[in-house]
Design a protein around this ligand. Structure first.
Ligand SMILES: Cc1ncc(COP(=O)(O)O)c(C=O)c1O
Length: 415
């Protein structure tokens, strides 16, 4: 992949942080494949695809060209079709979404998508004449975004602390205990429950916690039995990250709503999508389900359609599975017996290391060594880092990633 033409940084990087006292990060002026290139010429191996976003790698000029080609059209109200919107919807329905998911609502990212799914669960139940249903069940631990609705439905102590008065009291179930799921549904009364939202494999809140097949079967059956809308939050796990098109496809988990963001735009554009089964969409008739001003931004849709086309052309979902297995083997070999590592878990290009030392210190120690890994953990998972590189990562880059992460963890653990 070509190195992108370096841009020139003119502003003061030290004054960039919104919150004073945030750690200093390098200024990125170009990129290539799995590398971010800094203003002083360092090549940082992007071991987490940014925020677990970059799947096709960096420097894909054809994505930029696709967006640039439609940008001069300007703004079109989201209810009106454009060639890019139609192309992206077609690509999703024909090549990505499971059968029966023919209705797609575009957003500008993960939080807008999950928040829309919460609203949608309510609208679905109201549309069916069940006005008493409003609760959306979430899981401990979980993360669904930074709107007040998505914060309320999640369980991520560090990101919720202080905001409690703003958050609706949505019920929570453990991530791994099917009996508790049934108990909470009964205690809360199914006649008050609109939806159930779950990350098929927990993202940054739990660093790849993976529930059993039995758990997902119980969740799916209970949702079906009570007509609770089952929402799969595939913002991290979707679009190939786990080695299948969607994370839920590893389990007997059958969602009614599939929520995506991050990898859908490959990291090049802010783009999200909420896809529903046709019968769910039917219940929304007359609900006035509202869009966002930038739902289906034309350039974002054009870029997203190109990202998905590249994924298919280069068989990158398959590569996430095969090269992800290489990554997984190396991580297990290096860290299974490491005294600072509690567990290595994950699949595809989506791995979490739960650790016995400060994750922020490890992230910074890795960055000093020109490697980026993603900080993770909340509640029962105190400290963790995530390893989730672009799917194009090579054998030698996997080697560099694992060796550098080892050096970083050793440096922090030995102190
Ligand atoms: C599972 C999950 N849902 C939702 C979100 C929110 O997405 P965004 O940050 O794009 O708003 C994230 C972000 O990390 C996520 O991991």
């Amino acid at each position: 992949m070509p190195t992108t033409t370096p841009t020139t940084a003119t502003g003061d990087a030290a004054r960039y942080a919104f919150v004073p006292g945030s750690p200093p990060y390098p200024t990125i002026v170009s990129s290539q494949g799995c590398y971010l290139i800094t203003s002083d010429g360092r090549r940082i191996l992007d071991g987490a695809g940014g925020a677990i976003v970059g799947n096709i790698g960096w420097g894909r000029t054809e994505v930029a060209e696709a967006a640039a080609a439609v940008m001069p059209i300007g703004y079109v109200v989201p209810l009106w079709p454009t060639p890019s919107r139609l192309a992206l919807r077609e690509e999703l329905v024909e090549h990505w979404l499971p059968d029966g998911f023919g209705h797609v609502f575009f957003t500008s990212g993960g939080s807008e998508s999950t928040d829309s799914a919460i609203r949608l669960a309510r609208a679905y139940q109201v549309g069916k004449g069940r006005d008493s249903r409003w609760k959306v069940i979430g899981r401990h631990p979980s993360y669904h975004g930074m709107t007040t609705g998505t914060m309320a439905v999640a369980s991520h102590a560090a990101r919720q602390r202080g905001y409690e008065p703003l958050l609706l009291p949505f019920p929570k179930v453990p991530w791994d205990d099917p009996e508790q799921v049934l108990k909470v549904i009964e205690q809360e009364d199914p006649a008050t429950i609109a939806g159930f939202i779950a990350e098929p494999i927990t993202g940054a809140a739990g660093a790849c916690l993976t529930a059993s097949d039995e758990y997902w079967q119980v969740v799916t059956d209970a949702c079906r039995q009570h007509d609770i809308l089952l929402i799969a939050d595939e913002v991290m796990t979707g679009y190939g990250r786990t080695g299948r098109k969607f994370g839920h496809q590893h389990f007997p988990l059958q969602p009614d709503v599939i929520v995506g963001g991050k990898g859908l735009g490959g990291g090049y554009v802010p783009l999200g999508a909420v896809a529903v089964r046709d019968e769910v969409a039917q219940a929304l008739v007359g609900s006035g389900f509202m869009y966002f001003t930038f739902s289906g931004n034309d350039a974002a849709c054009a870029a997203g359609a190109k990202v998905l086309e590249i994924m298919r052309r280069e068989q990158l979902v398959e590569r996430a599975a095969s090269q992800g297995a290489v990554l997984g083997r190396r991580l297990h070999a290096e860290f299974d017996d490491h005294p600072a590592v509690a567990e290595v878990r994950g699949r595809g290009m989506f791995y979490g290391l739960e650790i016995h030392c400060s994750r922020d210190a490890v992230v910074m120690a890795a960055l000093e060594r020109d490697l980026w890994v993603y900080p993770a953990g909340s509640g029962p998972v105190a400290d963790a880092v995530m390893v989730a590189p672009p799917f194009v990562v090579s054998d030698s880059e996997v080697e560099q990633l694992v060796e550098t992460l080892r050096e970083a963890i050793d440096a922090v653990f030995k102190g």
